[in-house]
Design a protein around this ligand. Sequence first.
Ligand code: MRU
Length: 347
Amino acid sequence: MNFMRTIFWDGCVKLIDQTKLPDKLEILECKKVEDLVRAIKNLSIRGAPALEAAGAYGIALSAFEKDFDNVEDLKEHIRQTANILSSTRPTAVNLFYGIERTLKKALQGESIEKIRQLALKEAEKIADEDVERNKTMGSYGAKLIEDGDTILTICNTGRLATVDWGTALGVIRSAIEEGKNVRVVVCETRPLNQGSRLTAWELIQDGIEVTLITDNMAGIVMQKGMVDKVFVGADRIVKDAVFNKIGTYTLAILAREHKIPFYVVAPLTTFDWNKRAKDIEIEERDKDELIYCHVKCKQSLIAPKDVEVFNPAFDATPINYVSAIVTEKGIIFPPYDENVPKYLHNI
Ligand code: MRU
């Protein structure tokens, strides 16, 4: 099935509003950087590679969003925008990559027109590259999937988490495109349900067999032999850990206990190899996400209003739990200390 891109440029930034799914497929128009900032913070656009494109388009948008008296005013404005966009969400490193790469390119321009042109062209390039690398990761990763496999996944790593196709879900799509019969078990991914709202929706759209479970059912499905492999995405990969959606660490431990391979799929822009887990900020989100049944309309309490809440959006899985990392340059196997730098040298 043909699917529109998750985020694209059409005179301004347009994106699929993921807070509305699976109820409605709606496009959100961001005419000002502040609209895009809001969209990133409230997860209308989310997922590390989609955030990379959002950061890039955000810089382009800032160059077009108003009139400028001179080149220096415009340059100052896009530098400020880079800071604002960088403060939206702390964990996915791709966001910063998209912002910095586009900013650097735009600042090479010597006229208002040229800066606008350079920024938009770079953002479009970043978006196109994402689609291409996801397809490449898909064909590498599909080699890890056998006909008849059932794959467990968490969060949303599909078209909606990227510009198109997906990372972990992209690998599953590619395996199916190659003619393999693959089923998916998806964890609902509390508290914001990216698994049930987005992954289940995407897979049903594509006619891929999917079974939804709550996060705390992952143990029983592995124990009952209902899962052959786990595939997840990543928000940041550092020397000793993979940061991904909260609950990923639990899946990695369960997978090891049940001798199930645990694979991570991520582009090279997700690596932050000079850092360690202790250096990375894990985003903590609003307590309302845990105490209301429907966080947007603050209806139906599911916990006492005054209860203390801890709501980290990500966790760090020690890298030695990871069986392999699928990238657009190939599959990286342990020992990662030795092998990852060989793949990173040209980015
Ligand atoms: O909070 P989110 O929805 O932005 O978190 C997204 C994830 O954790 C994904 O698994 C990750 O970005 C990899 S997606 C290709």
